[in-house]
Structures are given as structure tokens and as C-alpha cells.
Design a protein around this ligand. Structure first.
Ligand code: SF4
Length: 95
């Protein structure tokens, strides 16, 4: 999924949720950004609960949303993210 607000899938909640789970799963296996933005601590705390036990597919939708709303420094991760920098149509998250 790309960050193209003109694409129909960008506005489909099910597609967005699938993309969040894909990205969170990658981040859970990396955790390099944990100190950069509160959203990462929220993400990893929720993923590490006994009910989820590392399986991002088990994250309740409310937890997915909480991670997104906890972000306070969207550009901070770009200093160390070992993937591409944000460009038109691409997320800063791994893709
Ligand atoms: S954004 Fe990239 S570097 Fe940061 S935790 Fe996720 S996968 Fe790791």
C-alpha cells in the first residue's frame, strides 16, 4: 500500500488495518526506533501482552489506533530507519 490519498485503497479501513499490521510486524522484529517516538513503546507494549504474545494479527483494533495516535515525532525515525526515506507516495515505515 502506498501513501497515495488519491488511491481508493487509501480510504478503505480494512486495507489500512492490514497495512498497519504488516508494518507493526516488521517493527516488532526490529525495535530499533523504540526510543525515538512514544508510538513505538505503545506498539511494543501492546504486542508483548500475554494475549497478543508477539502475534500482530491478535492486536485489537483499538491498539492499532492507539499506536497511530501516540505518534509525536513522525520524522525522528528517518534518522535511523534502515529503509528508504519518505518520498512522494511512500511511507517512512518499511515497505
Ligand atoms: S521503523 Fe524501521 S527501523 Fe524503526 S522499528 Fe520499524 S522496522 Fe525498525
Amino acid at each position: 500500500m502506498t501513501l497515495d490519498v488519491r488511491a481508493a485503497e487509501f480510504w478503505e479501513p480494512a486495507k489500512v488495518e492490514a497495512e498497519l499490521r504488516r508494518v507493526y510486524d516488521i517493527c516488532a522484529g526490529c525495535r530499533r526506533c523504540v526510543g525515538l517516538c512514544p508510538s513505538f513503546k505503545v506498539m511494543f507494549d501492546r504486542i508483548d501482552t500475554p494475549a497478543v504474545d508477539g502475534d500482530v494479527e491478535k492486536l485489537p483494533a483499538a491498539d492499532l489506533a492507539e499506536v497511530s495516535t501516540s505518534a509525536t515525532s513522525a520524522s525522528s525515525a528517518t534518522t535511523i530507519v534502515p529503509t528508504r526515506r519518505p518520498t512522494a507516495g511512500r511511507s517512512i515505515f518499511p515497505g
